[in-house]
Design a protein around this ligand. Structure first.
Ligand SMILES: [Zn+2]
Length: 64
């Protein structure tokens, strides 16, 4: 999940919506945006996925 904004000169900024970190500024192409977003290793996202996985395990265990 990324929030992209466009600058007055037509370039883009992109920001991670999980940790609110600005990943890149003044990016010219969509390809570059996708590449830079893919390179972002998000600690907040990893944590939320881990918690989701753990709650799924707990939910499964309580059924038995
Ligand atoms: Zn992030």
């Amino acid at each position: 999940m990324y929030n992209r904004t466009q600058n007055e000169n037509g370039t883009y900024n992109t920001r991670c919506l999980y940790c609110l970190l600005t990943i890149a500024t003044s990016v010219e192409t969509d390809e570059d945006l996708q590449r830079l977003e893919a390179q972002h290793i998000c600690p907040e996202r990893a944590l939320s996925e881990l918690l989701a996985k753990e709650s799924a395990i707990v939910a499964h265990a309580s059924r038995n």
